[in-house]
Write a protein that binds this ligand. Structure first.
Ligand code: SF4
Length: 263
C-alpha cells in the first residue's frame, strides 16, 4: 500500500519515489555509477573556461581584487549583509530580494544550483518551487533534509530575468560570495546541480553527462555533478541517472575522512 508521501509525490508527478537501497527492501534499484576517478581541471583548461571580464560597472571591475579580498575576510553576518546590498552585476536591478542560501552552516553536504527563480526571488530561499520539492525528495531519499547537515546555495544570488542562465560576467561577479560561503561551511562533499553550477565550480564547459559519475575537486573539496532538479522535472527518464549519482555521492561521502579544520 502506498504511503501518504508516495501519493503526494505521485500527485506532483515526481514518481518514482526516491528511496535509499537499504531503506526499502525489494524496491527497484537504479543502476550505480561507474567507479570513481578523481578529476582535477587542468590549469590551462580552468584559465580557458574563465568567464569574460565584466565590461560594465567599470569602477567595480577596477576594484574587483579589493572587493574579492574584502569578501574573503567576511564572517557570516557581514557576508549576508554584503549580499543583501550587492549591486555588483546587472541582476540586482530586477530582483525583489537576494537569495543568500539556506541550511546548516557547518554542513557536510553542500548542494549548489544556478540561481533563484520567481518563487525563490519572492521568498528569499533557494529551491522552494516544484524543483525545490523534488530536491527535498532527493535529499530525503538519501536520509538527508534541508537544514540538517545540508546547506543549499546558488551560483548567483539574484534572479536572472525570465529564468535564463546567468551570464558569465554575472556569475563571475557573484563568485566571491559562493567561494566565501564554501570556505565558511567547509563541506566534506559538494553536489553541483546542473551544468551552470558545474561549469562555474569546475571551470569546465563539459556536459553534465560528461561530468557525472566522477569525483571532481573544487579547491580540494570533492565534488560530484548531477542533473538540476528543474531539468529532471522536464526529463523524467533521467531520474534514474540522478538516483545513481546520489547513490554514488553517498558512497563517496562514506569513504571521506573527518572534516577539515579551519585554517
Ligand atoms: Fe551581487 Fe550576485 Fe546579485 Fe550580481 S547576482 S547583484 S553579484 S549578489
Amino acid at each position: 500500500m502506498k504511503s501518504r508521501r508516495d501519493l503526494i509525490l505521485e500527485e506532483m508527478g515526481l514518481t518514482p519515489v526516491w528511496r535509499l537501497r537499504d531503506s526499502a527492501p525489494g524496491a527497484e534499484q537504479a543502476p550505480v555509477a561507474a567507479p570513481a576517478a578523481i578529476v582535477e581541471p587542468s590549469p590551462a583548461r580552468r584559465e580557458a573556461a574563465q568567464p569574460a571580464p565584466i565590461t560594465r560597472h567599470s569602477s567595480l571591475v577596477t576594484d574587483a581584487g579589493d572587493r574579492r579580498a574584502t569578501i574573503m575576510r567576511m564572517e557570516w553576518p557581514g557576508l549576508k549583509a554584503a549580499v543583501a546590498s550587492c549591486v555588483a552585476c546587472p541582476l540586482h536591478a530586477k530582483r525583489n530580494q537576494t537569495v543568500f542560501g539556506v541550511g546548516d552552516e557547518n554542513a557536510d553536504w553542500l548542494f549548489v544550483g544556478e540561481g533563484p527563480g520567481a518563487e525563490e526571488d519572492a521568498l528569499g530561499e533557494p529551491f522552494v518551487g516544484q524543483a525545490g520539492r523534488l530536491l527535498d525528495s532527493m535529499l530525503s531519499a538519501i536520509k538527508l533534509k534541508r537544514g540538517a547537515n545540508v546547506y543549499i546555495a546558488n551560483v548567483v544570488k539574484c534572479r536572472p530575468p525570465a529564468n535564463r542562465n546567468p551570464e558569465p560576467a554575472e556569475a563571475l561577479a557573484c563568485e566571491p560570495f559562493l567561494h566565501r560561503q564554501i570556505d565558511l561551511i567547509r563541506p566534506k562533499l559538494i553536489i553541483a546541480l546542473g551544468k551552470v553550477a558545474a561549469a562555474n565550480l569546475l571551470a569546465s564547459d563539459a556536459s553534465v553527462a560528461g561530468m557525472r559519475g566522477k569525483v571532481h575537486q573544487y579547491r580540494g573539496i570533492p565534488l560530484i555533478v548531477t542533473y538540476h532538479p528543474a531539468y529532471l522535472l522536464r526529463s523524467l527518464p533521467e531520474k534514474a541517472k540522478a538516483w545513481a549519482d546520489l547513490c554514488f555521492a553517498v558512497r563517496t561521502m562514506a569513504g571521506l575522512g573527518p572534516r577539515k579544520t579551519a585554517g
